[in-house]
Design a protein. Structure first.
Length: 712
């Protein structure tokens, strides 16, 4: 399963590489914004910086690459090394969610500059150890100089305004907090005129984004006569928000009362936006803007603790979009992205604000429902209602590039309470339930139960062995004869068998569905097509077999590849096969996504001379309406109709209807699953033209098949 530790490590490594690439791209983007950015690879201890980081120190970027930790330390003022080390230690120990530090660095011309350094862990390994840190570096030398002058003026009790730097955002208020002075920079960033600000308090630019506790702490500090330092988010007159690094200094009279407050601010909006971008890379999916796996894990951990405290159940839903790979293969990944974004919106609309919807990867989503109910029966019902609501909304049609597309989802649900099971296990259980929905026909909801563990364990084992079988070519073609109205051989259907080294012969029903859910079906389908054409080439040299037509099953995944027609053409040419001796059996499922694309491909194949047969006819839901448009040679009556035709009059009527309709469209008809002489006789009376089934022969190896031909 995908949750095993080895797979987790692979996914973490992949996520690390993706984040690393995005951070590197972010470096170049932010050069123009005068923001220094850096990336620290914890595995190699190498530091990568952008051009503006180098510009801050007066260095050339090429002279800093590669940069080791030791080389970076040489730029830091010796008296500040312990300060930086302490800030990093606090970050790595988990005491803080972010790293920040102000210290001095050596400029190339020999003087010391003051910098503000901020960073956060972007990704971790399976043991939650940091793999990569990204951060920003800002030159704050002028701000520090202004603050030092301000502090000096406070001590010397001289006119404060003479010390204020032109490039600082400055304001003075009286003891009540009413504004008595602002400089031009304050007006510029706040979008208010000096006349609009004088006499007001700072609530005029309040963003409302800081907590009451935060504001209370600020006022308690300055009214006690102490200097307050921090970062404030303010709101300009036009409604835009901006960030300022702020120092507020109270001026105290001789009697101990406060005369006025002086505030010096530095605009740090760009730096905060950069930090938000880095945080977004770490915690949110860039396509759907939903929380990613890392944030899901954090929220899941908190949810488990919550249910342990309040003794109430939560639920985790694991879902994916049915046949999403087919959509990508046929209409392109950009169209698939449109569907994912719309699906994310629909899922979000079905849950509560405090629940979490996560894009887990590809077309997979995880929904974390918290605090459902203390009663397990009620919790199950509520989780089922939400899951069904999601399933129904994802089933509604999508508009993709101007046309209507129908999709569905398979959903698995697992309840949780407290810390009885780890997060990884709960996700695995929900995934098992989701797979049950897949095998039950898709577009449904299933709940986890213990019996699924055995079933999924078996499936995982087969999946691993199947991957090896593709590499080791552990396959063999069996042939089931097809005959005409006179019971004379006209060809065969090539059917794959897996010759397992220890378990022997494995029929396709046990592995083809698994293969179709992954890319393995492409390798397997290619092997079948090549092996069939190789055999046709051999048969073409014998009078006994040169007129046989060999039928090959083609999955929707194969057919929907953009280059499928070209691929068939190349194989026919490679093996020197007459196209008329190859018959491709197609299923109705390939018509679901885009019948017009399917028709164009079929027309090209027919133009080559390849025969086309529509398999399992009558069991689908689209062929009757599109039959007149499809460039087919043949339709195959599904064996389910043949099996009960003696006992179920409606089946006989269905077969008769199919045959008459086929004749009207000038199509050949073959019936599969013929097992008795009674069935054969009845099919002949109804006008069927060709036959296949155990009555003539079961699927057999090549040598036995050729011996059968000799005997007929």
């Amino acid at each position: 399963m995908k949750f095993e530790k080895s797979m987790v490590s692979i996914e973490l490594a992949t996520a690390y590489q993706e984040l690393s690439d995005e951070c590197i791209a972010l470096h170049s983007i932010l050069d123009a914004g005068h923001i220094g950015t850096w990336q620290w690879n914890m595995q190699t201890n190498a530091i990568t910086v952008n051009k503006y980081w180098a510009d801050i120190l007066g260095e050339e970027l090429k002279d800093l690459e590669p940069m080791s930790i030791e080389k970076w330390k040489r730029y830091i003022h010796p008296d500040d090394l312990k300060l930086v080390a302490k800030a990093l230690k606090n970050h790595f120990s988990g005491d803080l969610d972010y790293y920040e530090c102000e210290y001095r660095m050596l400029h190339k011309d020999g003087h010391w500059i003051s910098v503000s350094d901020h960073g956060s862990v972007i990704t971790t390994d399976a043991d939650n150890k940091p793999l990569m840190i990204c951060g920003t570096l800002t030159d704050i030398s002028k701000y520090v100089k202004s603050e030092e002058q301000l502090n000096s003026n406070v001590r010397d009790n001289i006119d404060i305004r003479k010390a204020l730097e032109d490039n600082s955002i400055e304001a003075i208020t009286d003891s009540r907090g009413l504004i008595t002075f602002v400089n031009d920079k304050f007006c510029e960033i706040s979008k208010y005129s000096r006349q609009e600000l004088i006499g007001q308090d700072h609530r005029i630019i309040s963003s409302g984004r800081h907590s009451k506790e935060f504001i209370r702490d600020l006022w308690t500090t300055i009214t006690s006569g102490n200097v307050w330092k921090g970062e404030l988010n303010n709101r300009a007159k036009d409604g835009t928000y901006y960030w300022v690094d702020t120092t507020i200094v109270p001026f105290i009279n001789d009697d101990g009362t406060i005369r006025q407050y002086v505030a010096i601010r530095k605009d740090i909006t760009e730096r905060k936006n950069t930090e938000d971008q880095i945080s977004s890379l770490a915690f949110y999916d860039t396509l759907t803007t939903l929380p990613n796996r890392r944030l899901l894990m954090d929220n899941f951990s908190a949810a488990l603790s919550l249910t342990a405290r309040n003794n109430r159940y939560g639920a985790v839903l694991f879902l994916d979009i049915d046949k999403f790979k087919t959509l990508n293969d046929t209409l392109g990944h950009d169209t698939g992205d449109i569907l994912l974004v719309e699906a994310a919106k629909r899922i979000n609309a079905c849950v509560r604000k405090h629940d979490t919807v996560c894009r887990f990867g590809g077309d997979e989503f995880v929904v974390l429902l918290v605090d459902i109910d203390e009663n397990i029966t009620i919790a199950l019902k509520k989780a089922a209602i939400i899951a069904e609501k999601i399933r129904a909304t994802l089933q509604s049609p999508y508009m993709l590039k101007g046309y209507e597309y129908f999709s569905s989802s398979s959903i698995g649900v697992c309840l949780y309470k407290g810390e009885e099971a780890p997060i990884e296990a709960l996700l695995k259980y929900a995934d098992m339930a989701m797979y049950k929905s897949k095998t039950s026909g898709r577009n449904c909801v299933s709940f986890f139960d213990e019996s699924m563990k055995i079933e999924v364990s078996k499936r995982a084992s087969i999946e691993r062995e199947l991957s090896h079988a593709v590499i080791a070519q552990e396959f063999q073609l069996y042939y089931q004869i097809q005959v005409d109205h006179n019971n004379s051989p006209i060809g065969a259907e090539a059917l794959i068998r897996w010759v397992h080294p220890t378990r022997g012969l494995i029929p396709p029903i046990e592995f083809i569905a698994l293969a179709e859910e992954s890319s393995l079906i492409l390798n397997i389908g290619d092997w079948v097509l090549r092996s069939a054409c190789e055999q046709l080439n051999i048969w073409s040299k014998s009078d006994l077999t040169k007129n046989l037509v060999l039928a090959v099953n083609v999955s929707a995944v194969q057919f929907n590849k953009n280059d499928f027609v070209e691929h068939v053409t190349n194989i026919l040419s490679e093996y020197g096969v007459n196209p008329a001796s190859l018959k491709l059996e197609l299923t109705e499922s390939l018509l679901v996504d885009d019948v017009n694309v399917a028709i164009r491909k079929m027309e090209k194949l027919r133009a080559l001379g390849v025969h086309l047969s529509l398999d399992d006819f009558g069991t689908g839901y689209s062929s009757l309406s599109y039959l007149k448009q499809l460039p087919l040679h043949q339709i195959k009556i599904d064996q389910s109709f043949v099996h009960d035709m003696h006992y179920d009059a409606s089946n006989a009527i269905m077969i008769q209807t199919i045959i008459e309709m086929a004749k009207n469209f000038n199509l050949n008809v073959i019936a599969e699953g013929v097992e008795t002489v009674e069935q054969l006789s009845m099919l002949k009376d109804l006008g069927c033209m060709e036959y296949q089934g155990y009555y003539f022969s079961k699927p057999i190896p090549l040598e036995q098949f050729e011996a059968l031909l000799e005997s007929m």
